[in-house]
Design a protein around this ligand. Structure first.
Ligand SMILES: [Fe+2]
Ligand SMILES: [Fe+2]
Length: 271
């Protein structure tokens, strides 16, 4: 695999940002880059779509399950998980983005696309948050994420986050949304979505809020662009207006989802 120095430096925030990093941070950053690059290679160069049976045959070749959260396993060959920086006493959404969801490239690029496409603030926020539960787990991540965010965002934003997962399996030419090749690779070309996904799709087709999750799928940014400059800064005002940050900190507010935030904050707890 060829690594372009300029691409790597751009991904890390440019020459100045790299100059400020100590060698351990640089090594970690390189590992992250390689992991993402590896994913890109795996997902984009093989012209063959596997069958569901072929996808299943790969399960016992791995030391992890595909649904595991990003924080809990280093998937690159030979990689190890790292010591995570501690969280502040009263963590905010920004702290989770910086210290647990990072680099969060995909969601930041999706939100930037939604902003550029003139989406409403509720939808931009949904795009920003839609895949962040993948830190915790990837399986059914839309449903987990919606639950995690329900106490802190509007009903429509949570709805959009929850159901983007179901709508991704169904094309909608009216919105220019096609079934993604990525899903043919990940699930198998003959994959049939699970009953709860099909049932939710049937419900959504006639729902007055159908458009909300559909717009998340439309702005779901799948092309990895190593030169893209991503930052949460363009979304600070939207977060300020639409995200109800608990004053005790996420995980400390005794809400029904506080344990989910605590698990993301301390994924090394053995029990
Ligand atoms: Fe997603
Ligand atoms: Fe996504």
């Amino acid at each position: 695999m060829e690594i372009k120095r300029d691409d790597l430096i751009a991904t890390l925030g440019g020459e100045q940002a790299v100059a400020r990093m100590d060698s351990e941070t640089k090594a970690d950053a390189l590992e992250d880059f390689l992991s993402t690059e590896l994913d890109k290679v795996l997902l984009s160069t093989d012209p063959h779509f596997p069958t569901v049976a072929e996808v299943e045959q790969k399960i016992p070749t791995r030391h992890f399950r595909m649904g595991v959260g990003n924080l809990f396993v280093a998937t690159a060959p030979g990689a190890k998980v790292k010591i995570l920086p501690p969280m502040p006493d009263k963590p905010t959404l920004y702290d989770f983005f910086a210290l647990r969801f990072a680099p969060a490239n995909h969601v930041l690029q999706s939100a930037a696309l939604a902003l550029k496409n003139g989406m409403s603030e509720e939808i931009i926020l949904a795009c920003l948050l839609h895949d962040t539960a993948q830190a915790l787990l990837k399986a059914d991540h839309g449903y987990w994420a919606a639950q995690m965010y329900t106490p802190y965002v509007s009903e429509k934003t949570a709805f959009a986050i929850k159901y983007h997962q179901a709508l991704r399996f169904f094309a909608d030419p009216a919105y220019g949304y096609e079934y993604p090749d990525l899903y043919r690779r990940l699930f198998g070309e003959d994959y049939v979505p699970l009953p709860h996904i099909r049932a939710d799709y049937e419900m959504l087709k006639n729902h007055p809020w159908y458009e909300a999750p559909r717009l998340v799928t439309v702005n779901d940014y799948y092309s990895f662009d190593p030169k893209a400059k991503v930052s949460i800064d363009p979304f600070r005002e939207i977060i300020g207006r639409h995200f109800k940050q608990p004053k005790e900190g996420l995980g400390n507010d005794n809400s029904p989802v506080a344990h989910m935030w605590r698990t993301i904050a301390r994924p090394d707890m053995p029990l």
